[in-house]
Design a protein around this ligand. Structure first.
Ligand code: ABU
Length: 890
């Protein structure tokens, strides 16, 4: 403390603050510069600390013998209120009120912009101690501008580095509508783009940030860069508090050159929040600012180090609280600015002398470009150690310094690191960085996409059912193919039925495609499946319905055409009709696919917030197949299929009472078409209505396909299978009849045929027997000659008697009375036929018959020719029951 007091006393002596310091010295030539300081105003009123610092520097310069020897540097200054209009007015007054000013010293970007743009017209250089606008780096626009205050682009480099470090790739911006901030944000946007960081939203406001903050909230801004003057910062964070846009979900980056207690000035700025609320809203925010005080205690060219400078400044500020004094952070820049211009003027003297221009600086006029040019060059090459660090100007008039990063915690700022813009490296003290939550906030609400899929149980259930139905359909197909020659099957147009089965199988396979897990599919794969399932369903439908339609169309023709030749529909025509239906399908689908190919459309549902999570929301989505003019194409397809079904229903109705044996399943086919129509009429509109419910849509569509196919298969094949079991092979393999014969006619014909067959068979057997008997008789007759005397019937016996071993049975009967016939059996094996030549007189006219038992058969013959008996037969006189009497004869 003692040594510091000594230094200050020495400095005061050097600067002539103590009496006698300048005594006896020759009068100095007065030089003037103009000073424009924002002492008041709502933006940046940094003049409050910068003006004392500049005056301090003037004193230091004026009392240095080696700087501007023979000259005394003066500054005429005024308040710009950080207002471009007032600032410009101050400039004109400085210019047009003598003496001429060698240079203008300015602060506040919006004022500096106007002044620097115009000053070159008067050969005036502008040196800014408090202007950060990146726009001021435009040499073409601001030809004579230099600044000790670094450009705000240096904030941006540090910010980008922070974003990258914490892996924030989406940021939002809120800015006050001032060129200084607009150009800063333009630079930030450019750098963010280069670093692949997205600017989610950029909000601007002129004087009321309420809507801008609300808009940030609406857009879920998490990492927010705010650039505004101090008065607006109070309003912004009051609104931030109200909108609850702080805490563990948000990170704010703002400008660091406000006084440390800026947030406490709520009352004087008429902000409707308490200091505690402001502190709460600001907890954990980061600031970036160029270093404005040398980081080490190296004495500056002026002889002061930073702490000495601050001590002296405090005296100038009447010991007011630096944290409460606007411009206190920038004060070293104002101090160094005066030193920079003094050194440049000093060098100008040398340069002019070297060039042989013996003109004093006091001879400077606004149209004197000689002094101006040398002054400019001298300024351009300025290089010295200031209290703010090394002072050097780039070709743009800018100055490079380190960027300092601070974080506020509990109302206090803590330095957490520096970014070296020149060498592009940084130091960050991670250990003192604190977060409101357990980890750095995310740069966005993590939206977890939840692709709504058909539930696994439902998918497995439906696919299993489809598989069973497909196996059954395959079984029907096999049955139909194996029994294709069986009459009952043959007469049911098995070819078309086979195609119907294939159509059913094709439709059933769609069920697998409809409920497929799309989560692992790329967009292209999904689109391909979309198209495939449309094709499969369309073709399957046409195969199934088209083949049934063909059959029923044929029946309709058979029953409705008058002329026989019109009734006949050749098989190839049925297949051609089916081919036509398929061709129409292919044409429609191909044109559709070529003109409006299917694409994936993701339907989004309201987001769901999982319990206990601030950063994650679930975004349910459902994939749909769609395309341009989707409704039109759907209408075309439904229209075509609808017409097919409608016509099919008409034909089925027309032929409802027809029973034609050669297409024996007509009625069932008609019923199938009715069934398909009903199910399609229900399914098509319902699935459109419930398309946002994937399970319901899948279940409904699958069930419709299952019902359509299973009922169709059942109606067509169950009767055939049952019939197959019941009918004998003979019945089912009878030859085909001519078309158009009814069942009754066929059964009658069949009966007649059977009778005819039986009779033919009997005739054949009888003829064969006759041939055998005739042959036997001939042989017997030959034998009979030899046996004549052997057979003598005893007289008086009313029976034909034969002795010997040659007769099995001999019977005679009278045509008058069969009961009179007597028969005798013997063991004879020989057969003979007795033929009465002439019936007895009493019975003349009535041919007797005689029967012989030969072996197991009885042969009854009525003689139609005369054969003389070769045996002697005695007939008894015993009268017959009818009163007749046989007479004996030979
Ligand atoms: N550090 C104060 C900058 C003020 C301005 O650029 O307007």
């Amino acid at each position: 403390m003692v040594s510091l007091s000594m230094v200050l006393i020495w400095l005061a002596f050097v600067r002539g603050l103590l009496p006698g310091a300048s005594a006896g010295k020759p009068e100095k030539t007065q030089l003037y510069i103009g000073g424009i300081f924002p002492m008041t105003g709502g933006g940046w009123s940094g003049g409050q600390a910068c003006l004392p610092a500049a005056l301090m520097a003037l004193q230091d310069v004026n009392y240095r013998e080696d700087i501007l020897p023979g000259y005394h540097l003066n500054m005429i200054h005024n308040d710009s209120e950080c207002n471009p209009g007032i600032g410009t007015n101050v400039m004109y007054r400085l210019i047009y009120h003598p003496p001429p000013k060698l240079m203008l010293l300015t602060g506040c970007s919006s004022v500096s912009t106007h002044i620097a743009e115009a000053a070159y017209m008067w050969n005036l250089m502008v040196l800014a101690y408090g202007s950060s606008s990146p726009a001021l780096s435009d040499r073409k626009r601001f030809r004579t501008f230099f600044r000790t205050h670094p450009s705000a682009v240096l904030h941006n480099q540090a910010r980008i580095r922070m974003f990258q470090y914490y892996q924030w790739s989406k940021i939002s911006i809120i800015q006050e509508t001032q060129e200084v901030f607009t150009s800063t944000i333009e630079d930030l946007e450019k750098r963010a783009k280069e670093a692949n960081i997205t600017i989610a939203t950029r909000q601007s406001f002129l004087s009321d940030p309420t809507n801008a903050v609300r808009s940030l909230k609406r857009q879920d801004a998490r990492i927010i860069v705010g650039v505004f003057y101090e008065d607006m910062a109070l309003k912004v964070f009051c609104q931030v508090y109200k909108e609850k846009m702080y805490g563990n979900r948000h990170v704010w980056f703002i400008i660091g050159w406000y006084p440390d207690n800026w947030y406490q000035k709520v009352e004087e700025n008429d902000v409707n929040c308490t200091v505690d609320q402001m502190r709460e809203a600001l907890q954990g925010h980061f600031t970036t600012e160029m270093t404005m005080r040398s980081l080490d205690d190296t004495p500056s060219f002026s002889g002061l180090n930073v702490s000495q400078f601050d001590e002296e400044l405090l005296i100038k500020l009447n010991n007011s609280d630096p944290n409460d004094t606007p411009g206190y952070p920038e004060a070293p820049l104002a101090y160094d600015a005066v030193w920079a211009l003094a050194l440049a003027l000093n060098q100008t003297i040398t340069r002019l002398t070297e060039k042989g221009v013996n003109v004093g600086l006091d001879k400077f006029t606004y149209d004197n470009s000689t002094i101006f040019r040398e002054f400019y060059r001298a300024m351009d090459s300025t290089s010295f150690q200031g209290v703010s660090g090394p002072v050097q100007f780039l070709s743009t008039g800018d100055r490079l310094t380190l960027t300092q990063i601070e974080q506020m915690w509990d109302g206090r700022y803590y330095k957490i690191g520096y970014y070296d813009n020149k060498n592009n490296n940084w130091t960050l003290n991670h250990s003192i960085v604190r977060w409101n939550g357990p980890h750095p906030p995310y740069d966005r609400t993590l939206v977890v996409e939840d692709l709504r899929l058909v539930s696994m149980e439902l998918y497995v259930g439906m696919c299993s059912s489809a598989l069973v139905a497909m196996l059954a359909a395959f079984g029907c197909l096999v049955f139909n193919v194996l029994n294709r020659n069986v009459r009952y099957i043959t007469m049911s147009q098995p070819g078309l039925n086979n195609i119907a089965v294939l159509g059913c199988i094709t439709c059933l396979s769609c069920i697998f495609l409809f409920g497929l897990d799309n989560s692992s599919l790329s967009e292209d794969q999904f689109t391909a499946i979309c198209q495939a399932r449309t094709w499969v369903l369309v073709v399957g439908f046409t195969l199934a319905v088209g083949s049934m339609f063909s059959k029923i169309w044929r029946v309709h023709r058979l029953t409705t055409r008058a002329r026989e030749e019109d009734k006949v529909v050749e098989a190839w025509k049925l297949y051609a009709l089916l081919g036509l239906f398929l061709a129409v399908d292919v044409i429609i689908m191909t044109v559709w696919q070529l003109t409006n190919p299917m694409t994936r459309y993701l339907e989004e549902f309201p987001q769901e917030v999982p319990e206990g999570s601030d950063d994650i929301v679930i975004q349910p989505k459902l994939e749909h197949c769609t395309c341009d003019n989707f409704t039109i194409w759907l209408g075309v397809l439904y229209g075509y299929k609808g017409l097919l079904l409608l016509f099919g229903v008409f034909l089925a109705y027309e032929t409802r009472d027809v029973n034609i044996k050669d297409i024996n399943d007509t009625r069932y086919v008609g019923m199938s078409i009715y069934n398909i129509v009903v199910l399609c009429l229900i399914t098509a509109p319902v699935t459109i209505l419930i398309s946002s419910q994937q399970d319901a849509t899948f279940a409904f569509t699958s069930l419709a396909i299952l019902f359509c196919t299973v009922i169709t298969l059942g109606l067509i094949f169950i009767p055939k299978i049952m019939n197959y079991k019941q009918k004998s092979i003979e019945e089912t393999s009878q030859p085909l009849q001519a078309p158009g014969v009814t069942q009754e006619e066929e059964e009658k014909q069949k009966r007649l045929q059977e009778e005819n067959d039986t009779m033919k068979k009997q005739i054949t057997q009888k003829e064969e027997r006759i041939r055998e008997l005739q042959k036997s008789l001939k042989e017997l007759l030959k034998e009979g000659q030899k046996m004549t005397n052997t057979f003598l019937a005893p007289p008086g016996v009313g029976r034909l008697q034969a002795t010997g071993n040659n007769f099995t049975r001999l019977s005679a009967s009278s045509m008058a009375s069969s009961s009179a016939v007597s028969s005798y059996a013997s063991n004879a094996t020989e057969v003979f036929e007795e033929v009465l030549d002439t019936p007895p007189p009493k019975y003349r006219g009535k041919a007797p018959s005689i029967s012989f038992d030969v072996g197991n058969e009885t042969i009854e013959r009525v003689p139609d020719h005369v054969m003389l008996p070769t045996v002697k037969v005695t007939l008894s006189d015993e009268p017959a029951e009818d009163g007749g009497q046989f007479e004996s004869f030979l």
